[in-house]
Design a protein around this ligand. Sequence first.
Ligand code: ADP
Ligand code: MG
Length: 403
Amino acid sequence: MKTIDELLAEGVAGKRVFVRADLNVPLDGTTITDDGRIRAVRPTVSALAAAGARVVVASHLGRPKGAPDPAFSLAPAAARLGELLGSEVAFATDTVGESARATAAALTDGQVAVVENLRFNAGETSKDDAERGAFADQLAELADLYVGDGFGAVHRKHASVFDLPARLPHAAGGLIATEVGVLKKLTEDVARPYAVVLGGAKVSDKLGVIDHLLEKADRILIGGGMAYTFLKAQGHEVGISLLQEDQVPAVQGYLKRAEELGVEFVLPVDVLVAHEFPDLKTKAPAHPTTVAADAIPADQEGLDIGPATRELYAAKLADAATVFWNGPMGVFEHPDYAEGTKAVAQALVDSPAFSVVGGGDSAAAVRILGFDENAFGHISTGGGASLEYLEGKTLPGLAALED
Ligand code: ADP
Ligand code: MG
């Protein structure tokens, strides 16, 4: 894999460089609520610009349906990138159309442009190789060189991630190099005890990683929406909590294998429940009650881990040497359900362990809840990408950067 430093040493002055970034930031209307991903790719963009390249930055944002949708415009992200670079950033209102071609052609040495959301084009995410390839051909016309630095998207076999680097001389950006370096520390020669904390909402996405982690981790702590599938697997009723009924047998299998392998599974002992999901817009008080994890009322749902669980999890993290955390412990967007996520974040800050926080919402949670990101070993910009790496899968966007 060629590094950005090697590319810079060869000289990029006057060259048009396509940077596949991950500017998929959380938005509230047009306001960016966490700019971590933009800050993470800034050094790559600024190094290229400083070396005289004409930089064309591209990314996806959200899940538009293969056609332009103003709710998913990259314009706010482009403006924020300009602020961080301290220079004007041009913005093309399409991805490969007239605006993009004109914007790219008008760049002078050291200038930066952002093109509109890649996913406004059906070819970006198409399962059809020819359709993706045709879109990659159009993208390739915008540049002479390709730099892959959208770590959060490297697990996607998408045109800008997988097909485009095959069409242009390519290198890996600094962010991808850093992320892969950290993930190596979690897979090779791991410092022990190695604890993994999993939570969040995308239960079926995350169950796959458990299979693999059972062979690697010493301790697995479960919170968030995923906890209820585990509690159900242990025979408890979970009321109207998030539940993946079809995964219960698989989870029972994990619990059994963990016992055989001597891996400790830690599940919530108490949870915060309420009759309904909180209003995340008004943040009106939700008045939850605390119940034992085996006594969730039939008409209520679990929305955060409880106080006894917060203490238990902090204790299980205090003496770990390595921690990987993906997925909030509760609906942290509402203040009544943020304490579980805060407690885990605080435990990582207090512990001497090398700690990695992965996942778009987990990383945003840590910053939104006011933690200093430097207090963690690493805050990854990729959730799905880190998980698939830890699962031992080949990531299309990394494979494409190999020579
Ligand atoms: P990440 O982006 O870090 O990988 P996910 O996208 O899987 O995390 O999950 C984040 C979401 O999970 C948050 O929006 C949070 O509100 C939600 N969540 C956490 N706990 C629960 C729960 N008990 N019930 C429903 N949603 C939950
Ligand atoms: Mg998420």
